[in-house]
Design a binder for this molecule. Structure first.
Ligand code: SF4
Length: 383
């Protein structure tokens, strides 16, 4: 199977996860200007393809990985000369780039390097910088970077990491708390779910992402379901998805997200990289590997039940902290704002019905609380 994985993921190795960034822009999936805009001609300039033509010097792989999507970059000239090491992946190129309308790949590499050195998550940091840019534009802040201001973004990142100045204390706690402190209209463009800034995939382009972000246990996360890829290129016959699903169709997406969250909980627990899915790996070989390594003899239903139990266990933890349907929601911008241009100009995901389907499939009540029957089924009655 290794030759097959290598062959099918050759593009991922050559261009990294940002290789498809310009395609995502054309599909309306790439977040632009804090999720306001529908198209952006500069997308090519921050893509993995452009990276390969300019600052890429090498690639690297996690231990034992046949794919090797990691980037090694070096900026040799210009204001960001000296950047050298791990390069930005798709999420970083989008969060530090298109989300803030920064079209300078070297600046993005610099922002990426700073986040690595400071120990900051690049998605959250990019989300905070974009929030600050919009707040400045709307007159809610009188300092900080404006759209496209790479140098201003770098200065802000330094200040946030070092907690220098009043602005850093406002923004350093993330967009939810910053918006709560600013109040008023700031709450309208605070792009987070359960306090976690949004990853770089737009629910208006892939409807399943709406349910995935809303119900992800740690707040908005594209990896807990990984569902947008099953609306684009991936299939999973073992889960009932032999074909790619239409991306702007709501029907069946609640169930699909729940099934994929259960599967991805297994991936996370087994420390499996989800990118092997691009190599044509499906559930059946993973189960075979699992049984070989453990000496167990689980069937597919038993295997997936473990994933379901993991996901429900996390949900129970959150329920104990007060989480319910009221928290399984998206920023209003993603539900009501039609971008009017690009690859998904008019699409708006109908989250309410999809969420109802999701709860029903999960065996949760209308408030999103796992029912006693479901907990008994999963052996979690003590919790
Ligand atoms: S394990 Fe995954 S993230 Fe790491 S290099 Fe391989 S494909 Fe990339």
């Amino acid at each position: 199977m290794l030759p097959q994985i290598k062959e099918r993921t050759a593009g991922l190795h050559q261009y990294g996860t940002a290789g498809g960034l310009a395609v995502y822009e054309r599909l309306g999936n790439l977040p632009l200007k804090n999720w306001q805009q529908g198209s952006w001609p500069q997308a090519e300039a921050i893509s993995g393809v452009r990276m390969a033509e300019t600052i890429l010097t090498d690639t690297y792989a996690c231990g034992g990985c046949p794919i090797g999507c990691g980037r090694v970059v070096e900026v040799g000239e210009g204001p960001y000369a000296g950047v050298r090491g791990a390069g930005p992946e798709y999420e970083t190129c989008a969060a530090m780039g298109s989300l803030c309308l920064i079209d300078d790949l070297s600046a993005i590499a610099k922002l990426n390097e700073l986040c690595n050195r400071y120990g900051l998550d690049t998605i959250s940091a990019g989300g905070v910088i974009a929030f600050a840019m919009e707040a400045r534009e709307r007159g809610l802040l009188d300092e900080g970077p404006i759209w496209g201001d790479a140098q201003g973004a770098i200065e802000l990142l330094h200040k946030i990491a070092r907690r220098e100045g009043e602005l850093s204390w406002l923004l350093g706690e993330g967009v939810r708390r910053a918006a709560e402190k600013l109040g008023g209209r700031a709450l309208d463009f605070a792009m987070h779910v359960k306090g976690l800034e949004l990853p770089m995939h737009d629910p208006r382009a892939y409807f399943s992402v709406a349910v995935g972000y809303a119900t992800s246990n740690r707040g908005a996360c594209h990896l807990q379901a990984f569902s947008h890829l099953f609306e684009r290129v991936l299939t999973m016959p073992e889960l009932g998805y032999p074909e790619v699903l239409p991306r702007d169709q709501a029907e069946g997406k609640g169930e699909m997200v729940a099934k994929l969250q259960n599967l991805m909980a297994l991936f996370d627990s087994l420390k499996l990289c989800k990118f092997v899915l691009f190599g044509g790996v499906t559930l059946a070989p993973i189960l075979t590997w699992f049984n070989c390594v453990t000496g167990w003899d689980l069937d597919q239903g038993q295997f997936l039940r473990i994933g379901e139990r993991i996901f429900n266990l996390k949900r129970l933890f959150n329920v104990r902290l007060g989480v319910s349907r009221k928290d399984d929601w998206l920023p209003l911008r993603l539900l009501v704002h039609r971008r009017g241009e690009g690859g998904a100009p008019d699409a708006l995901p109908p989250l309410g019905p999809m969420l109802a389907d999701y709860y029903a499939y999960r065996g949760w009540d209308e408030e999103g609380i796992p029912t006693p029957e479901k907990l008994a089924e999963l052996g979690l009655t003590d919790l």
